[in-house]
Write a protein that binds this ligand. Structure first.
Ligand SMILES: Nc1nc2c(ncn2[C@@H]2O[C@H](COP(=O)(O)OP(=O)(O)OP(=O)(O)O)[C@@H](O)[C@H]2O)c(=O)[nH]1
Ligand SMILES: [Mg+2]
Length: 379
């Protein structure tokens, strides 16, 4: 449905109040959420970590991703939007199309096929302004998460300029060649050959200007289920997922990793001073097995933890297995630790062994965190 005309306002992630920018644009998390997850990781409460991360993902899934459709006027931009939304040009909510310049100002559409995605039908180049510089300025492509450059008949210098601008603005973009039905009707070449020629022509024009090859799709807007349309929908779904969650995944892992590193630093301080072991409730610091057990407990990677998480994950058995691999000691491992204890006592200082056991517990914790986040965020 067309919602409005005019430019999209520069909405940032608005699901949390008091946003704190941690790394990438889309990874704005409120201070409160960051503190909650830090506290849960600090306490090794994986069930809580899972629940917080799932909430964050849910909020993020409701955040709007903005897609701009641009190109030379008449290339089939509005028709492409209708095809992507799988609605006919004659339907009430469709984007107006026509042989004369039709789209005069940006128009917003949405589709139940792509929830929480704004599809902006932009006026073609040469409609709102004379030069490409003015057009780029006026359209302000920095507002969009993904840009679809539509071309047909010829891949013009405007298309190359658009692609070049997207690359220098580090925007994700596709090139979609429309009206392939007409090309197929009028060309004497067999379909594979024709497709190859079109693709090659686009690639060469982009290469000449130093533009890295974007995803290229050849379609007919009159056949939204054939030619490259299925491939295009698949790529779009993957890219929407990546736009929403890649930065978030990295940021959350970083937040959690910092908590683990701080804890390691704190315990290493105790090891170094060989003092205050009582704080960790370790009665005999020279007993490596006791140290190992306590360290694992402190990080929440002892025998009891995997269980709790497994109950809350989407794929309980798989995660439980991963967690057990990463967090519980098998009997042979325990025996190995004892043997290592005995032999390496002769070479290693007790401190170094304590630190090594600590690092092992921390590594296991990071592995578990990585697996939790991957399980929640991977498509
Ligand atoms: N044969 C064929 N014609 C198409 C295709 N896509 C669009 N057209 C026709 O091309 C003309 C222009 O299509 P629009 O979708 O209005 O193009 P636009 O890029 O939005 O153009 P403006 O809004 O005027 O800048 C219309 O007559 C469409 O029916 C296609 O895939 N195949
Ligand atoms: Mg149009």
């Amino acid at each position: 449905m067309e919602k409005a005309a005019g430019f999209p306002e520069d909405k940032q992630v608005t699901c949390f109040s008091n946003p704190v920018v941690i790394s990438k644009d889309r990874s704005n998390l409120s201070k409160e959420v960051v503190e909650n997850i830090q506290t849960a990781v600090e306490a090794g409460k994986w069930v809580e970590v899972v629940s917080i991360v799932k909430n964050i993902k849910e909020e993020e899934s409701r955040t709007t991703v903005k897609i701009a459709v641009t190109g030379d006027s008449g290339n089939g931009m509005s028709s492409f939007i209708n095809a992507l939304r799988e609605i006919g040009h004659e339907e009430k909510d469709s984007a107006p199309t026509g042989v004369v310049r039709t789209t005069q100002k940006p128009a917003l559409y949405s589709s139940s096929k792509f929830p929480s995605v704004d599809l902006w039908d932009l006026p073609g180049t040469g409609v709102t302004s004379q030069s490409m510089e003015n057009y780029l300025e006026e359209m302000d492509f920095s507002k969009y998460d993904l840009i679809i450059i539509i071309a047909s008949e010829q891949f013009s210098s405007n298309h190359v300029k658009l692609a070049k601008a997207m690359q220098s603005m580090r925007r994700r973009f596709y090139v979609v060649w429309t009206k392939l039905d007409r090309d197929l009707d009028t060309s004497a070449l067999p379909e594979p050959q024709l497709r190859e020629n079109i693709q090659k022509n686009i690639q060469e024009n982009l290469q000449k200007e130093g533009v890295e090859e974007p995803p290229i799709f050849l379609v007919s807007n009159f056949s939204p289920d054939s030619l490259d349309f299925p491939k295009l929908r698949e790529s779009l779904t993957k890219d929407l997922h990546s736009i929403r969650y890649d930065g978030l995944f990295g940021t959350l892992f970083q937040v959690c990793e910092e908590v683990v590193s701080k804890k390691v630093e704190f315990i290493k301080g105790i090891i170094k001073k060989n003092d205050s072991w009582g704080v960790l409730e370790i009665s005999d610091p020279n007993n490596l097995e006791e140290c190992q057990k306590v360290f694992q407990q402190k990080f929440g990677v002892d025998d009891n933890s995997p269980h709790q998480v497994a109950l809350n994950m989407s794929q309980p058995q798989v995660i439980q297995k991963h967690l057990q691999d990463g967090s519980t000691l098998s009997l042979p491992h325990q025996l190995r630790v004892r043997a290592v204890n005995f032999v390496s006592c002769c070479f290693d200082s007790t401190h170094r062994q304590q630190a090594r056991v600590l690092d092992e517990a921390a590594e296991k914790t990071k592995k578990i965190l990585n697996k939790i986040l991957k399980d929640i965020f991977l498509p």
